[in-house]
Design a protein around this ligand. Structure first.
Ligand code: HEM
Length: 98
């Protein structure tokens, strides 16, 4: 449980530093990625004085969801592929030739 909490804190700091880097180098009209697009949308809504869900907390949660959803699924898929290669070397051979 302690390790889980520590990991969560470490990744929170990492994601926050990525968001901050984006804010520091953000140039209006030249969106580089998802974070820039989110920042752009948030600032447009702020300028229009809109009540908005485009908050820093929301951005952090979205990044966490995307990374979380992509990491374990991809790792498990690769592990299964490697296991199947061990069982079916002829398929492994076919894949490596491709
Ligand atoms: C082999 C790798 C992957 C598998 C097997 C996989 C599988 C899935 C499955 C089954 C769902 C649920 C779909 C549903 O019920 O609606 C899902 C959703 C999602 N996946 Fe993946 N995924 C993989 C890789 C990734 C990667 C690399 C990312 C991000 C970079 C990602 C991000 C997401 C997100 C954000 C959702 C939620 C989408 C939504 O509900 O709007 N996934 N994935």
């Amino acid at each position: 449980m302690r390790l889980l909490k520590e990991n969560s804190e470490i990744s929170k700091r990492w994601f926050e530093s990525i968001i901050q880097e984006h804010r520091n180098s953000y140039k209006k009209g030249t969106d580089r990625d998802f974070i820039d697009i989110f920042i752009s949308e948030a600032s447009e809504r702020e300028e229009a004085d809109e009540i908005s869900t485009f908050t820093d907390l929301q951005l952090y949660m979205l990044i966490r969801d995307i990374i979380g959803a992509g990491t374990e699924t991809t790792a498990t898929t690769i592990r299964w592929i490697l296991l199947q290669f061990l069982h079916f070397p002829e398929i492994q051979d076919k894949c490596s030739r491709k």
